[in-house]
Design a protein around this ligand. Sequence first.
Ligand SMILES: [Zn+2]
Length: 361
Amino acid sequence: MKNIVASLLILMLAHFTTCAQEKQTDNIIIITLDGLRWQELFTGADSVLINDPGYTRNVQRLKDTYWAPTPEERRRKLFPFFWSTIDSLGQIHGNRAAGSKVNVLNEYRYSYPGYNEMFTGFPHDTTGKANSVDYPNKNTSVLEFINQLPAYKGKVAVFTSWNAFHAIYAEKRSKIFVNAGYDSIKFKTPVFELLNEMQWRVHDEGMPSNERSDQFAYYMAKEYIREFKPKVLHIGLVETDNFGHEGNYANTLNSANIADAWIADLWNMLQSMPGYKGRTTLLLLTDHGRGDKIKAQWKDHDATIEGADEIWFAAIGPGIRPLGEIRQPEQLYQAQLAQTIAWLLGLTFTAEHPIEKAFGL
Ligand SMILES: [Zn+2]
């Protein structure tokens, strides 16, 4: 009898571990660095681009800041937080020289289809072809799925620099809080009021009219965490893509370096907040790659540019084993992010479209 009870217990336990997802973390913050190449993340400043006065106006100044003889030293100068804290406590995927490959599955290799792919888990979409705020996404994102669950209602938010996120997240249907592009923020705290005033006073000549400087998305998101304690938050930075298109390598590297500093700042703040400390996972990635084989194509990305489907992915926090830089053969896809977000929260994302499986982190 004892044996029968014991085997029944084992059977029940096995049943629960396969049926119920185990919750890995309480909060997830996704930070996207639009069009940031894996080449810079893994090898630092590019020797051709940093020495080309056509892309780098003040070669010596940029080299003083980011140049070093080895790729390992260069990447630490450019991304000090990635190559210290994330490398020792988290995971960094996409170093193709070491066999770790991360790719987009969509055929377009530009932004809206990329964000659709990562947040819906369904890369085969045509809504995003126009790449603009005028085309609300027909596909359900994992953030929309999570936002309609009672435990997460009103606890999902998005702060980005590009206005198209209003459409990518189908804001009207999904009811997700989205602050994107030049977008007034009405909360009455001194910090929100100052940031709101400043965003309308700053216009960087290198930014298009549908994108604001990244600092507003970051600092508004940071204040939103302090005030409203979201459980799922997306911060979407775009300067790394925009300055690439401009062919401005100094601004591209500086924006990447500032993003690294903000990720460090956010991580440190979270570790000082009771609801977030040890209970928050950061997921970091990009929407597409850029050219490299033909050096001038570093500025661009689309279906015709070789390498524009090559991306990277990094993560740190509960649910992420401390494997550091992955230096063995693997193949991950951008579309796997959506189900990974759900998996980390102990959920299974379902929608009207097929969804790629989660990463095995
Ligand atoms: Zn772009």
